[in-house]
Write a protein that binds this ligand. Structure first.
Ligand code: HEC
Ligand code: HEC
Ligand code: HEC
Length: 189
């Protein structure tokens, strides 16, 4: 493929994607910018409402209180691992989530009004990427659910390729109703 040759393979593509999203300043800076947007600082501290809601919820959840002390950061569940994916997420998902739904929200009450839509976006995103964020820590074949119900459902999940979020929603944040769209996927199994 000529474009492939011309761009010098993957590195070229990465540069092209970088330019494509308006990052012309080079990878090191881009990485810094990415880290800023991926950090808990951007997600929680600079945004008071996030701190008072979803961050507290995470801290009190099973993921915020693990025996091993491994505590996932916002980005672990909400931003793709690789840099290009992370950019696409910032543009498409995360940034859209913050820009359209969360940015400019000044009070907890205002946040609660958009929580339903926000939760649905995150859930649908995880459906569409096969819960890749969860899999960056959890290896399906290695999980040993304690109870029989979990063992049975995990066997079924592997057999039918059911993705994590379909069963493990309301994982770390306040319980939020299912949208029709997401409910239809959950009920299809
Ligand atoms: C262990 C994974 C995980 C971590 C860590 C995590 N989230 Fe979430 N988050 C989710 C999932 C899954 C949803 C989708 C809603 C649901 O089912 O709980 C979600 C939903 C959200 C929503 C939409 C509103 C809602 O209540 O559903 C916001 C905003 C959010 N997360 C922000 C954050 C912030 C900020 C942090 C860090 C302080 C964070 N999340 C950490 C998994 C995570
Ligand atoms: C940064 C790593 C990390 C990420 C990302 C992560 N987890 Fe976890 N998860 C853990 C750790 C650590 C525990 C504590 C239990 C353990 O050590 O086995 C845990 C516990 C759990 C548990 C059992 C406790 C509970 O809440 O019922 C479930 C279920 C679970 N994770 C599902 C998920 C799903 C689904 C996602 C994606 C939305 C996810 N995890 C993302 C590290 C992670
Ligand atoms: C078909 C539904 C289903 C799917 C899909 C599924 N799980 Fe589970 N999982 C369960 C159930 C049910 C349990 C048992 C919960 C209980 O007993 O409280 C469980 C238990 C767990 C546990 C251990 C909790 C414990 O200590 O017993 C972890 C960790 C976990 N799941 C993570 C995941 C991850 C990560 C994925 C995706 C790679 C996933 N699960 C996919 C239904 C599912």
């Amino acid at each position: 493929m000529r474009l492939w040759k011309w761009t010098g393979g993957l590195t070229g593509i990465a540069v092209l994607v970088g330019i494509g999203v308006g990052v012309v300043v080079g990878a090191p800076v881009a990485d810094g910018v990415d880290r800023y947007f991926s950090s808990n600082k951007f997600c929680a501290q600079t945004c008071h409402v996030m701190e008072a809601t979803v961050a507290v919820e995470l801290a009190e959840s099973a993921h915020g209180t693990t025996i091993s002390g491994v505590v996932p950061q916002c980005k672990d569940c909400h931003v793709s691992e690789d840099l290009i994916g992370a950019y696409i997420d910032h543009i498409k998902g995360t940034r859209e989530l913050y820009a359209n739904l969360i940015l400019g929200i000044d009070t907890v009450e205002e946040f609660e009004e958009v929580r339903f839509d926000a939760a649905n976006r995150v859930r649908m995103h995880l459906v569409n990427n096969d819960s890749e964020n969860c899999r960056s820590c959890h290896v399906m074949e290695k999980i040993k659910p304690e109870r029989v119900r979990g063992q049975r459902q995990h066997a079924e999940a592997q057999e039918k390729n059911i993705t994590c979020i379909v069963c493990h929603y309301d994982l770390v944040h306040k319980e939020t109703a299912l949208s029709e769209e997401f409910d239809a996927i959950v009920s299809s199994y």
